[in-house]
Ligand binder design. Structure first.
Ligand code: NAG
Ligand code: NAG
Length: 223
């Protein structure tokens, strides 16, 4: 085995020798190159910092402008004549709901606000509650309704069902508050959103709201 076989045989010209002593031009070039990388690094850093600052500003804006949906609470609900066997003849339901705008900077334009009362998913009453109004940030508006006569459709059979539930201690109703809402940020108005608040409410044997349902927040959803 010949040692020379491991090395390629050189036939053509010798490759250029590695430069050990660099020319001034070479150094100038290197300095220029490192300058360019430094400048581009700097530009990159400045760009990233600007991006970060803009991001933080938008995050803060978003935090302060982030719209909270209306907070609807059931304050009171009562069916005063619930104890009477023939109560359906002059049946009465009263309720009191508060709607809070908890936003700092966002107002709500409400269209007409309507209240409906359901019993076992059947609507037994309907009443217009409020005309269109603008709700300022941090405002709480009371929505109070009285259902009787034409606004309440309770026949004797339905009333018997109430009385039947009453013997168990609780009659469960559902109060729905609906409206269309536009969010107002400064001078900009969003499009209209259909709002539904759905309040489950139980009344006791005396026809007044049970403590466990009072001051409860009603789920609000939009369609
Ligand atoms: C409705 O409830 C609110 C809050 O509890 C109360 O301030 C207001 O007086 C009530 N209104 C009526 C008419 O009951
Ligand atoms: C909330 O707004 C309503 C409707 O504009 C107004 O009548 C009521 O006084 C306001 N409430 C408060 C606490 O500012």
């Amino acid at each position: 085995m010949n040692n020379f076989e491991r090395f390629p045989v050189r036939t053509g010209q010798e490759p250029p020798a590695i430069k050990r002593h660099h020319t001034p031009r070479y150094y100038a070039h290197r300095v220029r190159e490192s300058l360019t990388t430094r400048v581009s690094k700097l530009i990159c850093a400045i760009f990233l910092i600007i991006l970060l600052v803009v991001g933080i500003v938008f995050f803060i804006l978003w935090l302060s402008l982030r719209p909270h949906r209306p907070r609807i609470f059931i304050q009171d609900f009562s069916v005063p004549g619930l104890g009477q066997p023939n109560g359906f003849e002059n049946a009465l339901i009263t309720f009191n709901v508060t709607a809070r705008n908890s936003n700092q900077h966002i107002g709500f334009h409400y269209d007409n606000v309507e209240g409906s009362v359901y019993y076992k998913d059947q609507r037994i009453g309907y009443i217009p509650l409020l005309d269109p109004f603008y709700q300022e940030p941090k405002n709480t508006t009371i929505m109070y309704g009285v259902l009787s006569g034409a606004t309440l459709t309770v026949n004797s059979q339905r009333w018997m069902e109430f009385l039947n539930d009453r013997t168990q201690g609780t009659v469960i109703f559902r109060l729905d508050i609906t409206s269309n809402i536009q969010f107002k940020v400064s001078t900009w108005d969003s499009k209209r959103h259909r709002m539904h608040a759905s309040c489950a409410v139980g009344v006791g044997t005396d026809g007044s709201i049970l403590a466990s349902y009072r001051n409860k927040r009603c789920p609000v959803y939009f369609t």
